[in-house]
Design a protein around this ligand. Structure first.
Ligand code: FMN
Length: 191
């Protein structure tokens, strides 16, 4: 069975560098393993996602949250906004059930306007997925404006990191598929 992969990007405009980056990781992964890929971004979620409860989410956004929860592995990306992940990216992730990502392999990616906020993947995204007890790939990928042009990765080092992250995701998927599912922490311990 192909692995069910969800790539989710926190972009609010298209074309999007962040979407290009998550798609690049997915393309590399597809060279290594058979995958069934769904790519979503915040534009797919629609404009009515500013709700407080999951039951009030519009259907397209609810489907993204369900897709994230039921995937075998995730490739996530966010544009850097004010030194961190985008607020609406976090807003959608806030609807994901705390136990749904336990042990799930995840690649972390982000794009920004320049090199200064490259560590947002380590300082913002990794702790967020640490909350969920997800298995994040050791290699995360960040690209600045100059490194993605016309829908393509224009930088050799970013390309190499994309390939490395995809290879790590493939190995994490193999391990997750052969392993006994880890148990979620009791909710009180996760909070
Ligand atoms: C509201 C806003 C805040 C931003 N803040 C940052 C920032 O703090 N650091 C940075 O490097 N880039 C910042 N940027 C630039 C975007 O992160 C960058 O252009 C990104 O690649 C856009 O991704 P997208 O093409 O997927 O929308 C900001 C852009 C916007 C619109």
């Amino acid at each position: 069975m192909p692995a069910r992969i969800v790539a989710f990007s926190g972009n609010t405009h298209r074309p999007s560098r962040t979407r290009t980056l998550v798609e690049a990781v997915a393309a590399e992964l597809s060279r290594l393993r058979p995958i069934d890929l769904k790519v979503y971004d915040l534009v797919d979620a629609g404009t009515a996602i500013a709700v407080a409860g999951r039951s009030a989410l519009p259907l397209p956004a609810a489907r993204i949250v369900e897709g994230i929860e039921s995937a075998d592995a995730l490739i996530v990306g966010s544009p850097v906004y004010k030194g961190s992940y985008a607020g609406l990216f976090k807003h959608l992730i806030d609807f994901v059930a705390p136990e749904a990502l336990v042990g799930k392999p995840v690649v972390l990616t982000a794009t920004g306007g320049g090199p200064r906020h490259a560590l947002v993947v380590e300082h913002s995204l990794r702790p967020l997925f640490g909350f969920f007890s997800a298995q994040t790939a050791p290699t995360s990928v960040y690209a600045g404006d100059a490194e993605i042009a016309e829908g393509r990765i224009a930088d050799e080092i970013v390309r190499a990191r994309v390939a490395q992250a995809a290879a790590e995701l493939a190995r994490l998927l193999d391990a997750a598929q052969g392993a006994v599912a880890p148990t979620a922490l009791p909710v009180a311990a996760a909070r």
